[in-house]
Structure formats: C-alpha cells, structure tokens
Design a binder for this molecule. Structure first.
Ligand code: ISL
Length: 577
C-alpha cells in the first residue's frame, strides 16, 4: 500500500501566463485573466495550477530571466493581484505552484548588477566570474569550452572588470553560484516570501544545474565545433543533494508544499531515486523530460528522429515500474511550454483523427500512477501551428537562434530551409505557448478583437475552442472532464494502484497497454491505447468478463475474443465488481 498525500491526488494544470487570457486588451495575458478562469479550471477537474514565471523580468526568455522575485512583471499585474489569485484558488479548495527559477537570474537583477561592479563586490561570488585564458597566439579565450543551451559560448566577457561570467542559457541569464551561502539564504528568503502568501509549492526550473563541478573543466570534445556541451560537468554536480536537502530543511519542511524538480541531462534510475526516494527527504517528484523529447534528434533537439509507439511504451514502463520501487512518486505529462504539442507529434491533429487522438492521450494522462500535469489547451485538443506558417510565426529565442544559425551556415538561402521548418513545426517552443483558444472570434477570445496579440494565434481556433466544446458531450473537453472524474472516483486504482506492463507481443507494436490494480479492493483495469491511424485488433480472450469503463469511441468493445480499437482508439476495461 502507498502512503496517501494531497499532492499525489492532485491534477495540475500548467498556465503560461502570457497566453491564458488578456483582461485589459494589451494583447498579453495577465493575472486578472487567470482569476476569471478559476471556475473553468475547477469545472475541468484540475485542482492545482502551475504558473510559468510571472515575476519582474525583461522577458528575454519569457520570464525565465527573473529580475526581482518579490515583484510581478507589470503587464501581468501586481503582488496584490497574485494574492487575490491565491485566495481565489484556496476558496475553491484549489492550489497553486509557482515556477522557481534559481539556477540563474536576469542580468537586470540587483544581485547581478552588484556582482558585475567590481571583483571585490560582496556579491561577486554569487555568480561565476573567471579570468580569460589565452591561446598559443595570445588570443583571449573563454575560461572553458562549454556551450550555451541556446547556442554559442556559455561565457561572456565583461569589459569593465576584464573577466568572463557564465550563462548556460541566454547571455542575459547569468548562472548563480550555489556554493555561495549568502546567495542561498537570499534565495530561500524569496521562496519564503511567496510561501507566506499561501503558495502551495514550486516547480524548480533547471534544478540539477544548480551544482556544477567546482573546477568547471572543459567538456568532452565530441565534434569539431568550437564549443562543446560540457553537461557532464555542469549538471548534477557533487553538492546537488546537499543543496536540495538544505532547501527542504530550511524552507519546504516548514510548509505543506509540493515540490517538482526539473531534471535535465541526467535521467537514469539511480539519479532519479536519489531525489525522490521517500527516505531521502528531498523532493516529491521530478520532470525527467524524456517523455517530451521522444522525437528529438540523436544529438540535438532539432535533429530528425520520428516518434514511434515503442518509445512511449519503453519510457512509461520504465518510470512506472522503477519509481514505486524506491517509494518515490511519478509525474505524468506529455506537454510543457518547451516543445510542440504531443497531439501533433505523438498522435494526430489531422481533422479525421484529432478529437479521438486527443482523447486517447487524455486516457494515457489520467490512468497512470503519478501526478498528471496537463498544459493549458490540451483539454480542448489544441495543436501545433500547421506547416503553412512561415518562420516569422516563430518568435521564441530557442527556435529563432536555431533557424538563423542554420540559415547562416547555408549562405542565407531561405529556399534551403524546408527541413528546418519541418522540425520547427513539430518541436518549436512556440507551439506549447500558443494563446488559449476560448472561442471562434477573431482573437480567439484570448484578447479583444482590436488588440494585437503578443504572439500568433492559431488560425484553427475557429474550429477548436472552449466555447464550441463546453456543451458538447462528445467533445474533447467533455472527455477530459469525464476522465478526471473517473480517476478521482477510483483513486485506489488509478492514483495508488500498482502498475504492470502488458507485453508488446500480446498487443502488437502500435498498441500500448498496461494494467492497474487496486491494493485495497483487488480491482483491476486494463488500458489499451492505439498509437496508430489504423484500426487495431488485440486478442482479448482473458478479458471476457471485463466491461468497458471508458472509451474514446462508441464502437469499441470486446467481440469474439478480440478488442477492436479504432484509429487512435483508447479503451479502459475493468473487472465487473
Ligand atoms: O527548452 C528546452 C528544449 O527545447 C530545454 O532544454 C530547456 O532549456 C531546459 O529544459 C530548461 O528549461 C527551463 O529553463 C530555461 C527556460 O528557457 C525554459 O523555458 C524552462 O522550462 C531557462 O530558464
């Protein structure tokens, strides 16, 4: 039996604040817009929201570059507005997670402004400052060969003090040095500021980059490019667990909070267990990200590698089996703001399949062991921008940097970019950040019809929006509500039950199936998910006495020892009680 907790039973809805709802016609979402939709989120059956960063920021990386944790980006609102949102959620018996971005700050943060002033500034060591190196010809070089995650060197030279600082993301996102105790205490103070206002937990951004190898050694040279990953030295460094435990002891343990760490680069079973094994007293759960990366290229995100159902089978079976073994807890998700929509990439947004496919993915997300996270818009089957959008539709820095780097390498010839456009149309971060499609009106009800939305609104909002689905019992939205209701009605089975893979040999490679079993009643459910655009027949002799608990298409049932699944069909069978 598994110990119960509110954060295990929670259903988390991720809100990208810029894109949820604009209440004042400036084309950008805001806190008041979110407050007005609390009843909508509640009606969906989600009970916790996770908001991407809303703090004061120059927005070079959409708020993941924080200039001041204790104030709010003015176009989003004020601290008072956030307090209202927290209170409004609590009055609906809902909760809120904030995004804690403390691996780095904005270069506009006071701490960095101080730090860059002089080598002797008390905040100098809050960041990584290093002397230049010189090559054989006497040219000034970066302190090491690490590459920024967004391209180019991770080091930036500061003329006034003649040293380089480290920034693993944008040059305007300098990395904090967690080895500095004063910096850690200041950061805990910022966390406490929000916890005292009622925040119920954090998603910890880029969590395992917080401890780096103290010598910052050169990364292994894997190709002839000037800069190399270096991740083996900047991720999961030697003091990582010490920092997490300190944060837990000094901050989290004083509140009833939920903590979700984002684990990049190191994704093996042992490292995961070291953060979430219950007796280690570190974090509640992790995002390992691999489930979002299933079609990333072998070495880079925008390299080509197509999705195949065997990948989701393998990863899901692994984490579902492994994490309970050490008494940890899983996250269950397919989407976030850092990639394309799973519907387009792992299922289908073709008109004839879209609703069924979105419901199939909903079935996956609501029948697994762990806490489900859905990205705003997933509940109505929002999809990527289609292929006919050109490069100008993409405004996020990651995709833009990639596009321009390749374009430059190809001599500026736009006609040679179709392979890059294909990958962007699948994986660019913009797709996960598209404005929410509330209705079919010109700006999708996201902002006023006259306003200029901050980013592209998908033209498919005319057909795919909340207003057209809310009263339709067969809509994706209604299916999500029903799935979440069923999950909550059977927590012993779907939240706390055991997980057992159904071997591929008994379903065929395109169908992913698994069993869940209640420790309390012994009730068993079998989930079948067809990840193909063809009908699939699965032998089902052993399920003769089972009945359909939920299904994403009325024609699916067990007939003559076979379960017939429609393209992208999903069926949950359960033993009659
Ligand atoms: O975005 C990615 C792949 O497209 C990831 O590599 C991402 O950079 C990584 O998971 C860390 O992401 C987080 O921190 C970044 C921010 O840009 C992302 O939005 C955030 O989720 C820097 O704060």
């Amino acid at each position: 039996p598994v110990e119960k907790a509110w954060w295990k039973e929670a259903v988390v809805y991720q809100i990208y604040p810029a894109s949820y709802l604009d209440s004042n016609g400036d084309g950008l979402g805001d806190i008041k817009g979110i407050i007005s939709k609390v009843p909508y989120i509640k009606s969906l059956g989600a009970d916790t929201i996770w908001m991407s960063p809303i703090f004061a920021s120059p927005q070079e990386d959409m708020g993941y570059d924080v200039a001041d944790y204790r104030s709010i980006h003015a176009p989003y609102g004020t601290v008072e507005d956030v307090q209202k949102l927290i209170d409004e959620l609590h009055s609906h018996r809902m909760r809120i997670l904030m995004d804690l971005v403390v691996n780095h700050t904005s270069d506009q943060h006071d701490w960095f402004q101080e730090s860059r002033k002089s080598k002797s500034n008390p905040k100098r060591d809050w960041y990584f400052w290093r002397d230049p190196k010189y090559d054989a010809q006497g040219n000034r070089r970066e302190p090491n060969n690490w590459k920024s995650i967004f391209g180019g060197s991770a080091w930036h030279f500061d003329d006034s003090t003649q040293q380089y600082y480290l920034a693993l993301f944008l040059p305007s996102q300098p990395d904090l040095d967690w080895a500095n105790e004063d910096m850690r205490q200041a950061t805990y103070g910022d966390m406490i500021f929000w916890l005292d206002r009622g925040v119920d937990g954090f998603r910890i951004d880029s969590m395992n980059l917080m401890s780096k190898h103290p010598d910052l050694p050169d990364g292994k040279v894997l190709n002839d490019e000037p800069y190399q990953s270096g991740a083996e030295f900047f991720a999961s460094g030697p003091r990582m667990h010490e920092y997490v435990r300190e944060m837990r002891r000094q901050v989290f343990d004083k509140y009833d909070v939920m903590t979700v760490g984002e684990l990049g680069f190191t994704k093996d079973e042992t490292s995961v267990s070291e953060y979430v094994a219950k007796d280690r007293h570190e974090l509640n759960m992790l995002f390992t990200g691999d489930i979002v990366d299933m079609d990333f290229g072998p070495t880079t995100k925008y390299g080509r590698d197509d999705f195949h159902p065997s990948k989701i089978r393998k990863l899901t079976n692994m984490w579902q089996t492994v994490v309970p073994k050490f008494n940890g807890w899983n996250t269950v998700y397919l989407d976030n703001h850092d990639s394309g929509r799973s519907l387009t990439r792992y299922a289908s947004d073709a008109p004839e399949h879209r609703a069924t496919a979105a419901k199939m993915l909903a079935t996956y997300l609501t029948t697994l062991n762990g806490t489900p996270f859905l990205l705003m818009g997933q509940e109505i089957g929002m999809a990527n921008l289609s292929r006919d959008y050109g490069p100008d539709a993409y405004i996020d820095v990651e995709g833009k940097n990639h596009y321009h780097a390749v374009l430059k390498a190809r001599g500026g010839d736009e006609s040679k970019m179709s392979d890059v456009m294909r990958e962007l149309s699948l994986k660019a971060r913009d797709h996960g950040r598209l404005p929410m499609q509330w209705d079919g009106s010109p700006n999708a009800g996201f902002t006023t019809a006259e306003a200029r939305p901050w980013m592209t609104i998908n033209k498919d909002h005319v057909d795919w929006n909340v207003a057209s689905q809310v009263d339709d019992p067969n809509s994706v939205l209604s299916f999500w509500k029903e799935s979440l209701r069923l999950r909550k009605g059977h927590t012993d089975l779907f939240v706390y039950g055991s997980y057992e893979p159904v071997p591929e040999s008994s379903t065929g490679e395109m169908v992913f199936a698994y069993r869940r079993k209640s420790h309390e009643s012994g009730q068993m459910a079998v989930v079948f998910l067809n990840f193909s655009d063809k009908e699939q027949k699965v032998p089902a002799e052993e399920y003769k006495d089972f009945s359909v608990l939920w299904s994403n298409h009325q024609s699916q049932a067990v007939f003559e020892d076979q379960l017939a699944l429609v393209p992208f069909g999903a069926v949950v069978l359960t033993q009659q009680q």
